[in-house]
Write a protein that binds this ligand. Sequence first.
Ligand code: FAD
Ligand code: MLT
Ligand code: ZN
Length: 509
Amino acid sequence: MNLARSFTALNKLLGFVQISRTCVAQSHSQPALTAETYNVKRGNYSTANASDLDAFRNIVGDNNVVTEASELQGNNVDWIKTVRGQSTVLLKPKTTTEVSRILKHCNERKLAVCPQGGNTGLVGGSVPVFDEIILSTQRMNEVISVDPFSGVMVCQAGCILEKANQDLLEHDLIVPLDLGAKGSCHLGGNISTNAGGLRLLRYGSLRGSVLGVEAVLADGTVLDCLSKLRKDNTGYDIKQLMIGSEGTLGFVTAVSILCPQKPKSVNVVFLGVDKFEDLLLLLRKAKQDLGEILSAVEFVDSDCIGLVGKHLKLVNPIGEYEFYMLIETSGSNSQHDEEKLSSFVEDIITSQLAKDGTIATDFNKMQSIWKLRESVAEALTHDGYTFKYDVSLPAHVMYDMVHDTRKHLKGLYNSVVGYGHLGDGNLHLNVTCPEYNKTIASAIEPFVYEWTAKHNGSISAEHGLGFKKRNYISYTKSKESINFMMKIKQMFDPNMILNPYKTLPGNID
Ligand code: FAD
Ligand code: MLT
Ligand code: ZN
């Protein structure tokens, strides 16, 4: 309790300000066309003509067929402004039936389609490469049902994560997923990328909490796997193929998610740490001592804190250290949780594992600490062109990757930083440079993928492969697995109209 009090005293010095957690749109200039930068060959698809547009207007209404170039600009460019497509048609259906009719038409005409949710994806999967029709979930935003007893929420795919979470709070429930893009990303997009995020340590992967998915296949068939059951062992679990398939197997129209109770007591600790090895010891001790109330363990390095300070004016509440660790607890009894946390904090300060820290128990201070962690992605976009990596690695080698990348690139960069979901063994290695060019690109890749494979990691822990990483899949998946993926794609989408140039290697034409 003494240390908790001393941290509370520190808190008073912080001058925290309330900052919206909603994702901020980026504003710098447009990237070059993806097809040119990466020399991609257009697949053998038709081009939408006037009679296709008439057919679409007939299905979704005039207002929901967008063809104005200025209105389409944002939908053609990804969130980190690194890829740009050339679509001339954006469709905004409202119902599953409308999606089904659109896809049936596109399949018959061999028109390629790019599914899009909140367009916060970080691997170029959510924007077209050429003139794919953008099929958006932005109007599919109805919560269909919430059962406060079972905790099951059923909703359309276009529900925004943060809004769904707010709606659930009325029932004392939360979405078992949280991430920095919560104010913009859609649940359908989350499921299609199998997003990991900040709560995975506690609530596990969406593969466990998504109970059901409704999806429309390329030929318009509605695949109704929208179960609300916790247990269902009747044969193959087809919804798992939709989870994480990045819009290449079907268009997700609705989801059913098992949502946990809203925790009654939440606390956040922010620690300053000298060595990465100490972060690992702290992680182990947090698991041992905080046990069932531990809900997140994240880290950022000192360069990340420098960047959020420089570009976003966010204030670091403690002194300067090599690493910073954010530990969150979520439980049902504040006295019990605070006692546990205070005793943990007392031990780690006495043993000098953590050099400094602050405990936040009130909402605004917790938000401010979370903001420091969640804003790293945005701060990096102000630091230059961002090469973003999202790898799973054994925890003990995680930060070696950052050191080795710095050494390997010999100063060819603005920043090389490491941060991420420490508790899940998920490192975000990011390299920023003044601009994209082939020299730096080929210095970084395949170096980072080789490094990951050599250490038995995965080249994508949570963001997926999308456009940018599809041709590196073999660093993680075996030849046999990739062949099976190709066969599955053939079966679900024989004309290859769904999100071409994504996930699977090579040009699919
Ligand atoms: P989009 O970006 O629109 O699409 C993503 C992919 O899913 C694309 O391939 C698209 O074609 C496909 N898709 C979208 N909707 C559908 C649909 N209805 N049916 C079929 N396919 C569809 N990701 C994490 O995993 N963890 C994080 O912590 C995290 N933090 C982030 C923080 C920030 C600031 C940002 C900008 C992104 C972050 N992301 C994170 C990445 C991104 O937010 C997630 O991948 C998110 O799940 C994407 O949702 P979306 O609705 O924006 O999907
Ligand atoms: C995060 O954990 O902050 C996100 O995955 C975004 C990123 O990798 O920058
Ligand atoms: Zn992440």
